[in-house]
Design a protein around this ligand. Sequence first.
Ligand SMILES: Cc1cc2nc3c(=O)[nH]c(=O)nc-3n(C[C@H](O)[C@H](O)[C@H](O)COP(=O)(O)OP(=O)(O)OC[C@H]3O[C@@H](n4cnc5c(N)ncnc54)[C@H](O)[C@@H]3O)c2cc1C
Length: 232
Amino acid sequence: MMPGIESGTALRNVMLTLQVLRTDYVTHDVKRFILKKPPGFTFVPGQSGNFSIHAPGWEDKIRPFSFTNLPEDKHIELMIKIYRNKNGVTRELERTNAGSELILHSVFGTIEYKQRGVFIAAGSGITPFLSIFRNLFKKGKIHHNQLIYSNKTLKDVIQAEELKRMLGKNFIETFTRENVIGFIDRRIDRDFLIEHISNYKQHFYVCGPENFVNDLVAMLKDLGASTEFIIF
Ligand SMILES: Cc1cc2nc3c(=O)[nH]c(=O)nc-3n(C[C@H](O)[C@H](O)[C@H](O)COP(=O)(O)OP(=O)(O)OC[C@H]3O[C@@H](n4cnc5c(N)ncnc54)[C@H](O)[C@@H]3O)c2cc1C
């Protein structure tokens, strides 16, 4: 373990240059990066890193991305949604491939697994949960955790097959913009939560766009979830 890591929520400054080993697409606009892992580097599942691109003009444009791999894996994995219509970091990442480098400025934790509960994600908000689920699955401890995963359409779902394999019937998909036979086609509202969650005295893990998180946290509290049991 690298010196300096204290807990799941500590910010750890690292400043590492990581080589991109390979890239591919996991959906039409989510690109996976496999990075060379420096010896001894580790993190807690659910943690993220502050990254920039090691290229002129991009080094100081720092953006957060979650580690999707397991701490003990040989490489670091990121899954990054590319915003093609904005001249931002993710659009530049579309042009960043094997042989390029990223700079990891710090590691920090927002979402840390405490106990079994309900995970609620929208779009690329699934990324910190992927590392948590992979870790629980590997240890045989994923049972009784539930995932509600909202996406615009079927083609936006990240790692659907893997999530199904790990979570089985506890993986609930919902779509906001398409009629998909056999799937729920609606936004996650209060009624949706009542239909799918019977116990509000458990942990809730919420990740996605700010509005989504704010709405969900308010609804969960309204339905009886305790503030200290909601992790977002
Ligand atoms: C702790 C944390 C962990 C994160 N982990 C991940 C991760 O693992 N993978 C991942 O993909 N993202 C992750 N994000 C989000 C990611 O950091 C942002 O998407 C990224 O910073 C965007 O950088 P940018 O320079 O390309 O765009 P910016 O110029 O910084 O702006 C992009 C933002 O503009 C908005 N936007 C842009 N285009 C559109 C559009 N067409 N429609 C609607 N909104 C639009 C989006 O809200 C988007 O976040 C994480 C965020 C946080 C806070």
